[in-house]
Design a protein around this ligand. Structure first.
Ligand code: GCO
Ligand code: MG
Length: 402
């Protein structure tokens, strides 16, 4: 088998997605997710201008070899654009291998290790009551785990609080939206949210919260301590992810489990956190860490240190990435929990898929490969629309992490 053609399809069925399609001389095609929120065209150019010429004529079954060639061969290693491009190729090759062998990708990764992939939904609201109402909606749908985010008194808009119960989309067309931030107001609000949640929702539901990289280590330590009585499954991105030593300080002060990884793009971003047991869940994104090939390495390293997986699965990655997470989560031994935000009906129509949600779990299905297709006519009806993630400023105007 040989790769004879490849192209990047950029479309916007409600939000922007970049998808790599790799075609073989046997007429099969594999799909990879190349979406990097707010920087989609940079990855599309990296693939079209620099990677696709290297793929033509190559044997797509040699996934490991091609991965290292693209990674080491570029000389310039790492970075979100480079690794998203390599990740798209890697996912497309696993998809093709499954199709060539007529088997789902989870079977290639070792086979099903559990009944399904337990997911958490995003419950959010402008205040505590609205967030808890949204959480009840998820419990009614069969979710066992929910992430709770709510508005902060005194701030106009807050990360994680969306336009409706089921969909949250921070990227906006046009120039970046300006959001505001107050650490003091936030640190007062979060314990109140979780006290009310345990009081009203009880203890069966697993609860999570995303700080979105906004605290210093000592602030994060205080938050973790103040949440200990509410038994969170994880506190996510408590400090900026690149400050790895910051996790040592947080860890010394709290038993609230910690999760991080959605902005990581290399195993070297994860290894100190894993080997020093500074985190409990590693949340890398299949498409952004460079595909399933390096993701498996991360998971196997993490398993040795009692760290579980919790792949980043927002709607700003396409169903191709979500399917990869579902196959991976079904097969890997130290799977923890999977993020699942529902894609809009427009997105699902462009990417028909075999995975399903039932009883709080994602099921990748038994279709060969990843089990996701791309309807190119439907995609063409939704052309790319430039959009940016918001910018965040403290109340005095100083730029803060968004
Ligand atoms: C999450 C993430 C997202 C990111 C988004 C940025 O936990 O799902 O924090 O909400 O903000 O992926 O593009
Ligand atoms: Mg997050």
């Amino acid at each position: 088998m040989k790769i004879v053609d490849a192209k990047v399809v950029v479309c916007s069925p409600g939000r922007n997605f970049a998808t790599l399609k790799v075609i073989t001389d046997e007429g099969a095609h594999g799909l990879g997710d190349a979406t990097l929120n707010g920087r989609e065209l940079a990855v599309a150019s990296y693939l079209t201008d620099h990677v696709i010429p290297l793929l033509l004529g190559r044997d797509p079954s040699r996934i490991e070899d091609l991965w290292h060639e693209l990674h080491k061969g570029a000389y310039w290693r790492g970075g979100p654009v480079t690794m998203s491009a390599i990740g798209a190729v890697d996912l497309a090759l696993w998809d093709l291998k499954g199709k060539a062998l007529d088997t789902p990708v989870h079977n290639l990764l070792g086979g099903a290790a559990r009944r399904g992939v337990t997911v958490y939904g995003h419950a959010n609201g402008t205040d505590v009551d609205a967030a808890l109402d949204a959480a009840r909606g998820y419990l009614d749908l069969g979710y066992e785990a929910v992430r709770l985010q709510c508005g902060v008194p005194g701030l106009d808009r807050t990360y994680g609080v969306g336009r409706g119960d089921l969909y949250y989309e921070p990227a906006q067309e046009g120039m970046p939206l300006q959001e505001t931030w107050s650490t003091d107001a936030y640190l007062r609000m979060v314990p109140e949210l979780f006290a009310a949640a345990r009081d009203q929702l009880g203890w069966e539901v697993r609860l999570l919260h995303d700080v979105h990289h906004r605290l210093t280590p000592i602030e994060a330590a205080r938050l973790g301590k103040s949440l200990e009585d509410y038994g969170l499954t994880w506190l996510e991105d408590a400090v900026p992810a690149e400050l790895q030593e910051g996790f040592r300080l947080v860890r010394q002060h709290t038993t609230t489990p910690l999760a991080v990884g959605e902005v990581f793009n290399r195993i070297t971003d994860c290894h100190t956190l894993i080997t020093e047991q500074l985190i409990d869940y590693i949340r890398v994104t299949p498409a952004h860490i460079g595909g399933l090939t390096p993701l498996l390495r991360v998971a196997h390293l993490a398993e040795l240190y009692h760290v579980r997986t919790g792949c980043h699965g927002p709607t700003d990655l396409s169903p191709v990435n979500l399917a990869a997470s579902a196959h991976f989560g079904l097969a890997v031994h130290n799977f923890g929990l999977q993020e699942y935000m529902r894609h809009t009906p427009e997105t699902d129509a462009v990417f028909p898929h075999a995975y399903t949600f039932a009883d709080g779990m994602l099921h990748p299905g038994d279709a060969p490969g990843l089990g996701v297709d791309l309807d190119e006519d439907a995609a063409a009806a939704h052309p790319y629309r430039p959009a940016y993630l918001p910018v965040n400023r403290k109340l005095d105007g100083t730029v803060h992490s968004w």
